[in-house]
Design a protein around this ligand. Structure first.
Ligand SMILES: [Zn+2]
Ligand SMILES: [Zn+2]
Length: 350
């Protein structure tokens, strides 16, 4: 079932607006809070729903589900994990309700804080700091392809119990005339501590590049809100492809190194420290399924794909901007030619 929120005043589609944290209508400017919508959906905003079951189609790119756009009736193609999309023909946001209910319903969300316009400005600003991006990179036609995506993550909480046994030494040298004596004291140092580590994020999407997603961190989790479908209106979203259990290995590795660092950090003041024995026990205390905001730009330049991403909450940038080697050569030739002329002139003067 596709759900979209329509403006009660003019009937145009409403989208989540990062600036106000509310739903706004791009046509008549009406603004509705998500709470008001929750309290009385019929009164505040009309839900437009299409109850038809999706058909599926197959083409060379795979199998797609076909929904019908609630506004214009065009076909909306989605893959098996899409939970929010936008009609390619009329721009109406469509939320796929059966991908957002039951165990597929996220518990929390960090809504976009950066507007599309701010994201575009960020990309422009980013390219200014980089030597020679391709000429068309900052053109409107490139930057309008920026998409706001809610990426599925698991947040894992662990209590780790760590027991460390270390052999440590301290030495001092005492001088008697010509004679030097080295004294070494030996210590058995034991640490037994509980370390709580909460909200270890793991990217639950198969499609998203793990390295990029890791670099987008940290998110500020104090902005986590209880999940509500209207937050997704106007953005793309997908549901998890990996379960929390499948991501547990990655999360535990992070909890392990955090516990190790914490425990080892308490051993100081020795000349040498060597760990003799180390034992870590994990206890999962909580896990949550959340959606986190990312502005993305896929840019293709000279047969190469560039994935550029901006954290939709903090503005942190991840990715490498393309460099136009043709332009770079042009500049170097220009530089050397200039230098040559200068040297020739200087030579003439001497
Ligand atoms: Zn309106
Ligand atoms: Zn449409």
């Amino acid at each position: 079932m596709v759900v979209s929120y329509k403006c009660p005043q003019c009937g145009a589609p409403m989208e989540f607006d990062p600036e106000t944290g509310k739903l706004s209508c791009a046509y008549c400017g009406l603004i509705t809070t998500i709470e008001a919508l929750e309290a009385d959906p019929q009164e505040n905003v009309q839900f437009e729903t299409v109850t038809e079951k999706p058909e599926t189609v197959q083409n060379e790119n795979g199998t797609f589900r076909v929904y019908r756009c609630p506004s214009c009736g065009a076909e909306m193609l989605t893959d098996s994990v899409t939970s929010a999309t936008v009609c390619a023909f009329c721009g109406t946001p469509g939320l796929i309700q059966d991908q957002l209910t039951g165990e597929k319903r996220p518990t929390k969300i960090i809504p976009f804080a950066l507007t599309r316009q701010q994201a575009v400005e960020e990309f422009r600003d980013w390219s200014k700091g980089v030597f020679l991006t391709p000429r068309n990179f900052t053109q409107a036609s490139t930057l309008e392809k920026i998409t706001g995506v809610y990426v599925p993550y698991w947040l894992h909480d662990y209590r780790t119990q760590i027991r460390l046994d270390a052999h440590c030494t301290r030495t001092n040298v005492v001088r008697h005339g010509d004679e030097e004596t080295t004294y070494t004291q030996h210590f058995n140092v034991v640490r037994d501590m509980d370390v709580d580590y909460s909200r270890i994020p793991t990217d639950a999407s198969e499609k998203m590049d793990d390295a990029t997603m890791d670099l987008l961190e940290p998110y500020d989790y104090s902005d986590l809100k209880t999940f509500d479908m209207p937050y997704l209106s106007g953005y793309l979203a997908e549901r998890f492809t990996y379960t929390a259990e499948e991501m547990e290995g990655r999360a535990r590795n992070r909890a392990r190194s955090f516990a190790e660092q914490t425990a080892r950090g308490t051993i100081s003041g020795y000349g040498s420290v060597s760990i003799v024995n180390q034992q870590i026990n994990f206890r999962k205390t909580n896990e949550e399924y959340v959606l986190l905001p990312v502005w993305m730009l896929n840019y293709r330049f000279k047969d190469q794909n560039y994935l550029l991403a901006i954290n939709g909450q903090t503005g942190k940038r991840v990715g490498t901007l393309p460099v136009d080697k043709g332009r770079a050569n042009g500049v170097f030739i220009g530089l050397f030619a200039g230098l040559f002329v200068l040297l020739t002139l200087l030579g003439g003067l001497l």
